[in-house]
Every structure is written in C-alpha cells, then in structure tokens.
Design a protein around this ligand. Structure first.
Ligand SMILES: Nc1ncnc2c1ncn2[C@@H]1O[C@H](COP(=O)(O)OP(=O)(O)OP(=O)(O)O)[C@@H](O)[C@H]1O
Ligand SMILES: [Mg+2]
Length: 511
C-alpha cells in the first residue's frame, strides 16, 4: 500500500522528507498495463501483507508492473521497512524503468525466477542490495517485486535476524511459486500485529522454533513463564486462557498451529492479544508458519472506556437533537399551512419549545463530561426567542452573571423553563408590535449550593389581578411543574424592581 496509514507510519520512521502520493495502483494499471481485474485483486492482496515481508527482510519493497507495450516496468507500489533504514529516500510510485536499465527486473519477469545481484549498487551514497521476485498468479508472472536492502543498516545477524530473514525467504519463494498471497479469513482491523509486536516461527506440528523477545513478553503477560521453544503454541495458550475468552477450538488450533491464514483475538482476564498466522509453503508443502502476536490490552481498555463513557452518550444526544430538529421542521411546515392565526401561533410556539430542547441536546452532544456550561445555552435560547416574529431586531436579550456548569439533566429542565419565561416576556410584555422595542435581562448567580436566575422585561407588566397560583394556562403550568417537581425549587412572578415590566425569579437547589 503506497498511500494511507501504513505509508504514513513508514514515513514517520524513515528519514524521508514529506512525500505525496503520486498515483494509485489501479490508476497505474489502467493507464499502462494489460493486467486484468483478478490480477489487480491478487496484487492488492499481496500489498495487504507486504509490510510483513518488508519488515522481515529489513528491506524496501517495490511493486513493478509490466508495461503494456513491453517497454519496461512501472512502479505501482512501495513499502518501507519499519525494522531498518530505507533504501529509497524518494517516492518511487509512478516512475518508469525502461527495459534494459535494470536487467534483473527483465530476467525475473521473463524467466519467472528470483534474481539476486552479486555486488551492491550505490544509490545516493547508500549501498543497496537489490533482489527481484516474480509475482506468479496461476501459470503467469503478472508483476515483479524489487526487494532492496540498505546495507548500512545490516548488522551481524543474531538469531532474531536470521529467523526474520529465513521467514522472508520462505515468503518470497511463495510469491514466486504462486502460493502467496493467500486469500484468508482476516479481520481487516488496524490493530493487526506487526513483526515488531511479537514474532514466532512454528514448525509444521505447530511447535515453536523461534520466539522473538517481544513475543516472549506477550506470553509472559499472559502468565507463561520461561521459554517457548519446542512447545505447541496452541496448547500453551489453551492452558493460559479460560475457554470463554478464547476463540473456538477450531480457530485456536488453526491460528496458533499455523495452519490457516487468519487472525484471532484472545483475552485472558486482564490481557488481550491479537494473533495472526501465515502458513509457510515455500515449495507448495507446509513447512510451518509465521505467527505474529500483539498485546492490545491498553487499546481494548481505552476502547471500552471511550465507548461506555463518552462516545455513545454524545452520539445519542446528537441523534436526539437531529430528531427534535426534524420534529420542529415538521411542525413549522404544518404551521405554514394553517389559516387560523391562533393555530399558527400555537404551532409556532411548539416549534420553539422543541427547538429549545434540541439546543440543549446539541450542547450535550459536544460536552465532554456529564455537565454543561449553561451560559452558552442561555445565550442561544435568548437569541432564538428574540429572533422570532415581527419583533425580531427590536428586542434585545441580555445576560448578566453566570449559570456556571450544570449537570445535564438539570440543564435540560432549566433550558425549558428559561424558554417559556423568555417566551412570555416577548409575547405578553410587548404586545404592541410597533413599540420602540425593549430589553429583556437575564441574570444568573450561583450562591452556595443553589442556582438563582431572573428574567426581567421592561414591557407592559402583568395584567391586573394576575394570580400565579390560579393560572391554568399551559406555559406557566409547564414552568411550575418543572421548577417544583423536577428541580425542587421555587418560582415567583411579579412586577420588575425597576418599576416597569415583569420579573420572573427561579431559585433551585443543586446537589
Ligand atoms: N412577562 C410577562 N408580561 C406580562 N404578562 C405576562 C408575562 N408572563 C406571563 N404573563 C401573563 O400570564 C399569562 C399566563 O402565561 P402562560 O405562559 O402560562 O400562558 P400563555 O403564554 O398565555 O400561553 P402559552 O401556554 O402558550 O404559553 C399570560 O397570558 C400573560 O397574561
Ligand atoms: Mg406562555
């Protein structure tokens, strides 16, 4: 894969400056080659796993596509090793090599055999050993892979390096023989193990021939002490992991026995790992397998925390908000079709009620904890109410003081109460539409353990003989119920202290 996350990682660890993705494999195939869709699928399958081969080889891999007219090869993909230095500082994808310039490409393609050059080439002051691997699908060679090792990175081989290189040799042999890639049952998650996460080589019986230090650490975390050499990986794992936390018996022995090209996730109480096997058949016959293991405990724990705590809750608020907005839109549509002004007004009021709840859910969908900085909500509600109807523009809603942080349930209720009271101020305080306008003032304070807020208008004031207890209209009933039953607080309604207009005051305890 020359583009995407793998590439980003390869870039991050290589000393290469920023690269751009020149062209995709499919575009290059279409433009320059005669390869058919099945060939392309085969090459893509190869690219899905060639990071493993690059890492095991400590080498760069380049996929060369044969030109339609036989004039040479096009570079269709590039993979850098994460285990060693790159041999290519530049991006190769999209470049063309004419026949004759790199004879080993021509030979590998024409004769269908691995070609290794004797002497290293020097490229940009870097000694590079180049090898070419024919990619066989069925009876045909459909492309070649160049494997180029930056010899500056080559160290005296240890057991680890020899095991890596031997496994890489088996895999390249399989590519040349048409036995790799292998279509397999792989979950295509981003957590798939890499060579550096933990590498094991098992024989055809599933017995460990070599385990890298990282692989041993993973098994130590599972509870295994000592070496793994000579042990059957499936048996060791079966003893360490309770039945309910591991895949079924068939999957377990297929993956850990190295008999199937697939992966599996295994959990052992507090430890989770992903295991991936690639059976090795360099000459067609199974000689063992490469098994990669990765400890994903931290990843899984973070996943779980994220899902339970934050993401799900926020997603739900988001959906509720969307649904409420849909409801509001439907009501608005219906209001427009009404002939009766009363019915129209009632529906428009319903639109605002629903809209105010939607605003709270929108804020909650962005909130990190289960609480909301309510000033933002209050200001948006004020804006929404002031905007409405023919009064729009001549009424101002101002806030003094701060509501502070409110728990999400309280926030929803307070938002509804505030909407109703603002609504009343607009509707009943300023009935004469051509008046000079007015100012609605919202004040909020948080004395210890309480929230106290007021809504003052400078309008015409309450009607004579108004009695809050005796009123049975919908708006104030909603407010009364919410304040008293839901919030356990108190609502008062009376003349504003300024001497003009009305004040509504709400006082609620906060736990
Ligand atoms: N800020 C205010 N200024 C003047 N009168 C008000 C104010 N707030 C409430 N009132 C009076 O109280 C009455 C009852 O208000 P309430 O909100 O319960 O009903 P409504 O606004 O008439 O109808 P709705 O149920 O649609 O809200 C209003 O009709 C109005 O006469
Ligand atoms: Mg009202």
């Amino acid at each position: 894969m020359s583009c995407g996350p793998k590439r980003a990682l390869a870039q991050a660890i290589s000393p290469t400056p920023t690269l751009t993705c020149v062209a995709s494999l499919i575009e290059l195939v279409r433009a320059h080659t005669d390869l058919d869709p099945e060939d392309v699928a085969w090459l893509q399958l190869l690219q899905a796993d060639w990071q493993i081969i690059a890492d095991l080889s400590f080498a760069d891999l380049i996929l060369w596509l044969p030109d339609r007219a036989g004039a040479g090869f096009w570079a269709g993909g590039q993979m850098r090793p994460t285990t060693g230095p790159t041999a290519y500082v530049d991006d190769i994808v999209g470049t063309f090599v004419p026949t004759g310039r790199r004879p080993h490409l021509d030979i590998a393609y024409a004769e269908g055999r691995l070609v290794r050059e004797g002497d290293p080439e020097w490229r940009d002051d870097v000694p590079v050993r180049a090898e070419t691997i024919p990619v066989r699908r069925g009876q045909r060679v459909i492309a070649v892979v160049g494997r180029n090792t930056n010899l500056l990175g080559v160290r005296t081989p240890s057991r680890l390096e020899l095991s890596y290189l031997q496994t890489a040799a088996d895999l390249t042999q399989m590519i040349a023989g048409g036995h790799f890639p292998v279509p397999g049952q792989r979950s295509d998650h981003a957590d798939t193990p890499r060579v550096g996460d933990g590498f094991l080589r098992v024989d055809e019986q599933g017995r460990v021939v070599y385990a890298s230090p990282n692989a041993l650490s993973v098994y130590r975390r599972l509870g295994h002490s000592g070496d793994l050499d000579g042990l059957r990986l499936s048996e060791v794992t079966r003893e360490l992991v309770p039945t309910r936390l591991r895949p079924d018996e068939e999957a377990l022995s297929a993956v850990l026995g190295g008999r199937a090209n697939r992966d599996a996730e295994i959990g052992a109480g507090s430890v989770s790992l992903i295991v991936r096997a690639i059976p090795l058949r360099p000459h067609g016959r199974l000689i063992g397998a490469l098994v990669l293991v990765r400890d994903v405990t931290d990843l899984r724990r973070r996943d779980r925390e994220l899902v339970t705590k934050d993401a799900t809750i926020r997603e739900i608020h988001h959906r509720v908000k969307n649904n409420l907005q849909t409801v509001a839109a439907l009501l608005r549509l219906q209001a427009r079709r009404m002939d009766s002004p009363d019915a129209k007004a009632a529906l428009e009021e319903a639109v605002r009620r629903v809209g105010s709840i939607a605003i709270v859910h929108e804020i909650l969908s962005q909130a990190v904890e289960g609480s909301v900085a309510f000033d933002d909500v209050a200001d948006r509600l004020g804006g929404m109410v002031a905007d409405v109807g023919s009064l729009g523009g001549r009424l101002r809603v101002r806030r003094e003081g701060s509501f502070g942080e409110l728990p999400s349930e309280t926030a929803t209720t307070v938002a509804m109460v505030l909407t109703e009271l603002l609504q009343n101020a607009v509707e009943h305080g300023y009935p004469g539409l051509d008046e000079a306008g007015g100012t609605i003032l919202v004040t909020a304070a948080r004395p210890a353990g309480r929230l106290v807020f007021t809504i003052d208008d400078d309008g015409q004031g309450l009607p004579p003989g108004f009695d809050l207890e005796g009123s049975s209209t919908l708006g104030l009933s909603i407010v009364g119920t919410l304040v008293e039953s839901e919030l356990g607080g108190r609502l008062t309604l009376g003349p504003a202290p300024s001497g003009r207009g009305t004040r509504a005051e709400i006082d609620v305890p906060l736990s």
